[in-house]
Ligand binder design. Sequence first.
Ligand SMILES: C[S@@+](CC[C@H](N)C(=O)[O-])C[C@H]1O[C@@H](n2cnc3c(N)ncnc32)[C@H](O)[C@@H]1O
Length: 305
Amino acid sequence: MLEKECFCKELGVIPRDVIQGIPKDLPTFASMANFYAAKQFISYFAKARTVYNTHSPFLYALTQKVLEDDRHFYAFDELEALRQKMLNVETQMEFVDFGAGSRDLGKKTTRKIKEVAATSLISPLKAKWMFRLVDFLKPDTILEIGTSLGLSALYMQAAARNAQVVTLEGNPDSARVAQKNFSIFPYARNIKVEIGRFEDTLEPALQQLRKADFIFMDGNHRKTPTLAYFEQMRPFLSEKSVIILDDIYWSEGMTEAWNLLRNDAQVSLSVDLFHFGILFFRKENREKEHHVLAPSKWKPWVRAW
Ligand SMILES: C[S@@+](CC[C@H](N)C(=O)[O-])C[C@H]1O[C@@H](n2cnc3c(N)ncnc32)[C@H](O)[C@@H]1O
């Protein structure tokens, strides 16, 4: 379909040269989690604006720094090399399935590290966005809900080396691999992994950090727990806080949670990047705003005028 001229009701006719120039990191339908996500991507893509039509200074800076910045950091090579290494590790680990919608919910199984690395970790594109987001926002504290083998925590700490990072994981074996990974990088040796169900570890972690500047919610992708975790975080949120929700189009439940949270009275600005939903609590935004954004290279026919 991509080689031909393409017609879509919401997008209109896209010229052939534009389709041929489609960037490699544009999500392909094969890479989508499921049919629901693929369908949602079409409507996200039709709505998405780029740096060429973002007007507020904050949003323009965010789009420039996170979606447009093509600088390559040494940390990307180091951390992608770690991913590749994990993708080859045959060692078995015990795995408790907390997966959203999984039939094996709560069941103990064994999995190879390479299988967990292939299925649970942040993708290279999202990892770079996450790194740039942290670099742009410069949080003092970072809380991650869902460590797995520690890759996204490493990306976040690499971008803010003085930030205090706490990450939560229910699988003891995953947490152990993550801790080993953190010990490889001098800047990551202070990352704290709290082992246990989020239901038990979230509150103490918030008490430990005392304030929540940057929260990455990347575990238990279901509506009710997502909303419950947000309620637990509420007393710790400030004007500086940012919450990143992973995979808001993973399921109808996650999209419902996203829509409820972005409409929460405390949220002043929300940004839909398809892979992530971002919630801001900035007082500068007096009127609630919601924006759907994409990198300009995904929509090369949209230009400044
Ligand atoms: C998608 S993975 C996290 C990936 C990680 N952020 C990265 O990109 O490198 C989600 C993790 O959350 C954990 N998890 C899910 N639900 C949980 C719960 N209720 N309590 C504790 N851990 C949970 C899973 O064991 C899994 O390792």
